[in-house]
Structure formats: C-alpha cells, structure tokens
Write a protein that binds this ligand. Structure first.
Ligand code: ADP
Ligand code: MG
Length: 844
C-alpha cells in the first residue's frame, strides 16, 4: 500500500472515493490516513493528476528488519501532469508535452519536451499572436512559468489558451547563464551551436528550467533526451489559434473531438508514431516549395505503386510504438513484454527495406536509409527472453534456459528440491500408511506435512507439530526444513538473477536509443506519406502544383470533410481562381444555406492540404504558396470568458488586419453580423477597403449577407462579386451550390425560415415587410419601411395576430357604451377628442 496522511489523506479520499481511516496520534488528535494498493497505484495516481494535483512517491529504501525501528524512506519521484507517462494514462495518438515559457520585453522563449518520446524542442516568438498560435499547437499538459510572469497582467490573457496545469517556478531557474550550464552538462557539449540555438537566449533559459525541473521531479538522469531541436515558426504556414478552431483541423467546434475534422478524414495512419506525426504536419503546413514537392513525390510514388503501398501498410499495421517503447527502455521503466514487442517490430524492418529497391524518390530513399539494421538487438532479445514473458520483472520466469549457466544451475537446485518433495510425499505415505498425507507450502510456515485428524494416531514420532487446523494437523521434520531452505534460497536467488540479467539487457538496448529513435522517426514519416497516398486513392484526390507565384487556381474543388458526410446528396464541386491583381477580393453573396461558408472553407482546406504535401480534393489545383491563413468565421461566443460574440469578432478581425501579408489568404465569413445593420455594414465595408488599400496582395474571400458590399466592385479594381446560385421553382427555391460571377439579387432568408418550419404568420409577414423595404431606397426612413402607415393599420386589424374581434377594441367598446340620449353636444365633442388621442397613442 501507498499511504497518505493528514490533509493529503483528507483531500485524496474525496478525489479517489476511498475510505478515510486514522492511525496514531498527533497533539492528542488521531492522524487521518488513507491508502491505495501498490499494484493499482498508477490508476489512482492518474486520477489525482487529472484533478490537478502532483504526487510525490515515497518508497522504502531498505528491507524492514527486526532490529531497526524506522525503515529508511525517500521520495523517488514527483509525478506531475507533464511528466506522468504511465501507459494507461497516455493517449497514443497525442504527445504529452511539458512546456517551459520564458518572457522578456514582449518576446517569448519556449522549450517543450515529451518525456514519453524523448523529444525536446525550442523556439522563440516575438508577438503575442504567434505565441498564442504556437501554444495552441503544443497543447501542453503542464506549463512552467517564472514567478514574476505569473504576477504579470499579460498572464491574465493566457486563460484562453490551453496550457495544462500551471507550475510556477523561481525566476532564477530561467536564468540564461545557469541554464546554459545545465544544458551543456546534460548534453555533454561545449556550446549550443549543434542545436542551432546559440542566439536564442530566452529559449535557452526556458530549456534550462525545463531540464532542471524534469530531473528534479523524475530523479532521473534523463538519458532518453539526447538532443534539442530548434525551429523557427517562419518555416511554417502561420495559422492563428482561432483559424485552427474555425477550419476544424483537429477539433470540431461542437464537442472538441476529432469527429468531422480534417485530421479525422486524413488519418489512415497505421502506427501511433504516424498518428502523432500526421497531427504535427497538419498543424505545420510548409512554405518551401521544394520541401513540399519532396513529400508530394513520395506520395505520388506510393500512389503509382499500389502493390508496394499495400505491403507497406500491411507491414506498418504490425509495428508497435517503437518511439515510446525504446524511450521506456532507456528510462528503465520497460518490462520484458515491452522489449519482446520492440524486438518483434525491429525484426521485420529488414523485410520492409528489401521492398524498396532503387529508383525511389529522394525523401523515401533518405527515410529508408534511416531504417537501421537491428539484427543485433533482435538476437540479444531472442536469446535472452522467453517468447511471452510475464508483466512482472522481479518474480522470475522471463529468461530463457541456456542463456546463463549460473541461473540454470540455481534453477536446477530449486527444481530438484521440488522433485524431492514429491518423492517425500510418496515415501511418507508408504511409511505411515496414511494415504491422505500431503506435503504442502504456505508463506508463514513454509513446507509442511499435513495429516487429517482421523489419522493422527498413525503419525510417527519424528514429526514436529507446527500448526493446528479444524480437521487436520501440520507437521515438519528437520529433513524437510533443510530442503526447504535449499529450495527457497535457490528460488530467491533465481529471481534475483533473472532480474539482474534483464536489467543488463535493458541497459544494453537503452544505450542504442539514438538508432532506435531515428528509425522510429523514419517509420512515422513513411506511415504518413503512405497514408496520404491511400487517401488520395480512396477519396479521388489529385496532385496539386505548387509554386511561389501569386495565384490560386482550383478546378472542381471539394470540401474534404463535407463530401464525406453528405448523406442524401452529391457534393457539388466548384472552381476558383484568385490572384493578387484583378481577382483579389471576392465578395460572395447568396441565399442563406447556399454554400458560401462551405466554398470559402474548402478553399482554405485545399491550400492547407497542398502545403502539407497531400493530394487535394479537386480535379486540378495550382497553389501559389500562402504564408498565412486568417479566418473569421461565424459567431463564436466566448461569453464564459467575458467576451461577447461581437467583441470576439472584432478582436479576430483586428488581428487579421494587423498581421496579414501580401502572401496571405484571408477568409471572412459574415463580418459585422453581431451588431445593428448600419453598424455592421459600415464595419464590413471599411474592412474590405482596408484590405484593398493597405494589404496589397493579400487575397480575401468574404462571404456576406450585406448586398451593399457588392457595390465595392464598381469602385475597386480587383474586387469581384460572386454568388452561389439558387433556382426559383414554384415559389420554392432549389440550392444549386454552384459558384457564379455577379451578385445574387435576394438573400432568400425567408425561404430558409419557411424550410425551418417558422409559423405561417411570420413567413407571410416577413415577405410583406421585405416588399415594403424594397420599395424605398436603402437610406430611407427605416421605421416607415417596416410598417407602411395606412396599409399597416388596416392589415393589422384584420390579422388574427391581435386575437381581438372588432368589438373587443377598447375604443370601439367605449363608443358602444356611450348613451347618446343623455350626451350634451359639448360632452360629445370632448368624448371624440378623447377617443382620438387614445387611438393616436396606440398607433404611435
Ligand atoms: P451558407 O454559408 O451559404 O449559409 P453553408 O456553406 O453553411 O451555407 O452550406 C449549408 C449546407 O449546404 C451545408 O451544410 C451542406 O449540407 C450544403 N452544401 C453546401 N455546399 C455544398 C456543395 N458544394 N455541395 C453539396 N451540398 C452543399
Ligand atoms: Mg455561412
């Protein structure tokens, strides 16, 4: 059992739903205590960690013995959300990152590691927007920050970002000089040139703090982390965190799962390593045409060689998570099963390599070269371990016979002893004539001879009574005890020896970690590349052409997710050709539900897919590299974060206008919706003007229901109107989902309202108001247009809307109530005046 005391115990019982007990006394009070069984500890630890706690593991450091009162204990590990890597806790498709964030003068240094894979990355960022985007991508399980920053006002804005558990550390931990020393010591290097982070002082500070923290909590030398990779975000397409959300790349907007996302559609990877890699690729589309082409060539190669593709996929299906397994081995947490699984996977690699003959694309050739030959490790493992070893490593039963002479001898002694016991039972039965006599074993008394009460009189004199049961007695003899110590001694020795041999093997494999990791990386990439080829075949994608030009031209493009989920209809493909000159800003109008949002999103998704190195859902696509995609899509309330829909909308739009470049693609879906019409249309207008005048070169797709914006095309070259066509048919409309040039005349919102089952009255009345509105110019008196004077009053009284029959009207009632006979002319005049005012008041 692991036990917890005092406040810890009280807290833990609530989280774990276990019983609170007490032990001993402190200051006259009982000490609260609770415990969890040793063998199930991981499960309980996982629950404590998930509820935001850290767990210090304290072990006995020596065997308890009679002479000593207090056994020596030590904290052997501190488990935190970012460092807990028990198998059941980790999601194999997701990296478990622990992040360290260093801040100075609006610049940020990041270092993050996944202890379960041994990755370690650093980078620096110089704006809050890029920091947020990067933090979103990393999605750390735990984040270390310097204490001074935790008190900074800026830190408050971080509540939006998913950082995992926050751990505040002393500022000195992030000190550059100290960190530099820490890193040099850890990696045994003279300087950091080899890691490419010589000038990244902030990141170095973060990295030093991170290494120090992990070593401190894990009490381990961290052998599995043997290199730092530094990167610049400028190598990748910039997508801000709201774009990840809006475009539903990894998580959908409903329940944040991967259902209906690009990741889900593309993920046909066969290994966990591949899954994690694909996710990284989606988060980081490339900007370098050559690098993208390299990937596309590999995808093409698999696409063209179906047989090889199939065989590769088949092979990958049988590969275990080499990355995490070898990592466990180097951290000395792997058991014999892990090692056997690893060896099994390594064994087949040669077969895979053999499949790739000459004439393969460069990138594949490089990857195949990285696949090492592991005959040595496989041989060590196969010679040493049995085929299906147990989960435990200290109870013996793992090592093959013939591997180690000493072990075999000791085991023989134990085995002989057992044979001797079987013989003994036979002999004693013969000698005593007690046929039910049994030789048995229990933990407290060791080996014994058991005789039932009925036969006690036949027990020979040399038996020594040891234990009395209800219907039997247990005896020992000096001879039996002698053999007992031989057997038990031998068994203990065998177990210890097996454990020693196992650890030796594990260490030996552990020191091969570099080779293993390289191979794991190569397998991950081969998995993703072949997965993209399989996708291309299954979903009918085509290879895009990428260049550094300014044009995006897509023929018959489709939305990769929607085309799969549409049940009762076919997806309608559409073309787009957008550039930085005459066709730069598209104002896209069309009825509600006509497919505007789908069209602009599919354009963004196709660009992203192409820059990942994937084939795309289109007949043909030519993509001039896009450096950033900005999106402002739909209404997303973050009220719980204290921001209204409109505020969020304006924040996101501001971010776009402040950061877009001439190579950016801007996706605006209904900007200005969260406020009044005039307000909204004015903002939308000004936004387009700004993009037109200031963000020269940026391409923009603007879906809007403000028809007024279509006038912009008349005054600005490069602004073009498009609409999604609908067809009117018998007073109904049919959506064609086809993009056409020009603006649409109507928004058909009322049709959609009708489709949605709005009450007849609302539909009819809305048509009427629309008619009235269309009679006047846009700048007319709005109130009059909503309710044209006379006709309005007349209609209103006829409508059952008021549910008042004529006689119920208060004025009519008053007239009916008047007694004309008793009314003086003067009173009559007064009455008329009074009724008139009443009616006037009512109609406003
Ligand atoms: P809008 O933004 O114009 O209101 P959406 O893009 O949200 O319209 O599309 C509404 C629905 O129309 C989608 O959910 C989908 O079912 C259908 N749809 C949109 N585009 C297409 C298309 N190209 N082919 C087939 N169905 C489509
Ligand atoms: Mg829409």
């Amino acid at each position: 059992f692991y036990e917890m005391f005092f406040d810890d115990a009280v807290k833990a019982t609530k989280i774990l739903h276990i019983t609170l007990t007490a032990r001993g006394n402190s200051g006259g009070k009982k000490i609260p205590m609770c415990g969890v069984p040793y063998h199930a500890a991981d499960n309980y630890i996982a629950r404590l960690i998930r509820s935001g706690n850290k767990v210090a593991i304290c072990e006995q450091m020596e065997a308890p013995s009679a002479g000593k009162k207090i056994v020596k204990r030590e904290i052997t590990k501190i488990i935190t959300p970012g460092t807990f890597i028990a198998d059941d806790f980790l999601d194999n498709a997701v990296n478990n990152y622990i992040l360290s964030l260093n801040v100075s003068d609006k610049k940020f240094g990041l270092a993050y590691a996944d202890i379960s894979t041994g990755e370690f990355h650093v980078t620096e960022l110089d704006s809050r927007e890029s920091l947020f985007a990067e933090l979103y991508k990393i999605s750390s399980a735990e984040c270390l920050i310097p204490e001074s920053f935790s008190k900074d006002k800026i830190f408050n804005q971080f509540k939006d970002v998913n950082l995992g558990a926050i751990t505040v550390n002393d500022d000195w931990m992030f000190d550059y000089e100290l960190s530099l020393k820490e890193i040099k010591n850890h990696f045994l290097v003279q300087n950091l040139d080899g890691f490419g982070c010589t000038d990244l002082n902030l990141a170095v500070g973060a990295a030093g703090a991170l290494i120090r923290y992990i070593k401190h909590t894990q009490k381990s030398p961290l052998n599995n982390i043997h290199s730092i990779s530094s990167y610049k975000i400028s190598q990748f397409m910039t997508l801000d965190d709201s774009s990840y959300r809006h475009l539903e790349l990894l998580q959908n907007q409903d329940d944040l799962s991967s259902r209906g996302t690009l990741l889900e559609i593309l993920d046909m990877t066969r290994t966990s390593m591949g899954k994690r890699r694909l996710k990284k690729w989606i988060l980081n589309p490339l900007l370098n045409v050559n690098k993208i082409e390299e990937r596309l060539k590999a995808v093409q190669f698999f696409y063209d060689n179906r047989r090889l593709l199939e065989e590769t996929r088949e092979f990958l299906s049988n590969v275990y998570d080499i990355e995490r397994l070898s990592n466990k081995i180097s951290m000395a947490t792997a058991n014999a099963r892990d090692i056997v699984s690893l060896a099994g996977s390594l064994k087949t690699i040669e077969e895979l390599k053999a499949k790739f003959e000459k004439h393969i694309p460069d990138i594949l050739e490089k990857l195949v070269l990285k696949l090492d030959n592991f005959a040595d490790i496989v041989e060590w493992v196969e010679k040493c371990l049995i085929e299906t070893p147990p989960n435990t490593i200290k109870e013996g039963g793992l090592i093959r016979q013939g591997y180690n002479c000493e072990l075999d001898e000791v085991k023989a002694v134990a085995l002989n002893g057992k044979d001797w016991l079987i013989d003994l039972q036979k002999k004693e039965i013969e000698k005593t004539g007690i046929s039910s006599l049994k030789v048995g074993f229990n933990r407290v008394f060791g080996y014994y001879i058991e005789v039932t009460n009925a036969k006690l009189n036949a027990v020979p004199g040399n038996y020594i009574r040891k234990q009395t049961l209800t219907n039997a007695e247990r005896f020992i003899t000096p001879e039996l005890k002698e053999w007992e110590s031989k057997i038990i001694g031998a068994e203990e020795r065998a177990k210890n020896l097996e454990y020693e041999i196992f650890c030796e093997l594990r260490n030996k494999i552990g020191s091969e970690i570099k080779r293993l990791k390289e191979t794991a990386t190569a397998i991950a990439e081969i998995d993703v590349l072949s997965c993209l080829a399989e996708n291309a075949i299954i979903s009918g994608y085509s290879r895009p052409v990428l260049n550094d030009g300014n044009k995006i031209s897509i023929i018959q493009g489709r939305h990769p997710v929607l085309e799969k989920v549409l049940k009762h209809k076919e997806f309608v493909p559409n073309d787009i050709s957008i550039d930085t000159d005459d066709n730069r800003i598209f104002i896209i109008t069309g009825s509600n539900m006509a497919g505007k949002s789908t069209f602009i999103r599919q354009t963004a998704l196709i660009v992203i897919m192409a820059q990942i190195g994937s084939f795309v859902p289109a007949q043909k696509a030519e993509i001039g590299i896009i450096d950033r995609i900005f999106t402002r899509v739909g209404a997303s309330d973050r009220l719980y974060k204290g921001m209204s829909t409109f505020m969020v909308e304006m924040l996101e739009t501001a971010n776009i206008l402040n950061n877009a470049t001439d190579k950016s693609l801007i996706i605006l879906d209904e900007v200005g919706r969260g406020t009044s019409t005039f307000d909204g249309v004015s903002i939308a207008w000004a936004v387009v003007e700004y993009i037109y005048r200031k963000l020269l070169g940026a391409k923009a797709l603007f879906a809007t229901h403000y028809h007024e914006l279509t006038e912009l095309s008349q005054i600005m070259r490069g602004v073009k109107n498009f609409h999604l066509a609908v067809q009117e048919w018998n007073d109904e409309i049919v959506f064609l989902y086809k993009i056409k040039e020009g603006s649409s005349d109507e928004s058909f919102g009322i049709h959609v309202a009708k489709l949605a089952g709005m009450p007849q009255f609302v539909v009819k009345r809305a048509r009427e108001i629309l008619n009235n509105l269309q009679k006047d110019s846009f700048m007319g008196n709005i109130r009059l247009r909503f309710s044209e004077k006379e006709s309005h009053l007349e209609k209103v009284s006829q409508l059952d809307f008021f549910e008042t029959s004529k006689n119920d009207h208060p004025v009519l009632k008053k007239i009916l109530d008047i007694d004309v006979n008793s009314l003086t002319p003067l009173d009559a005049l007064k009455k008329i005046a009074e009724l008139k005012t009443e009616l006037k008041e009512e109609t406003g």
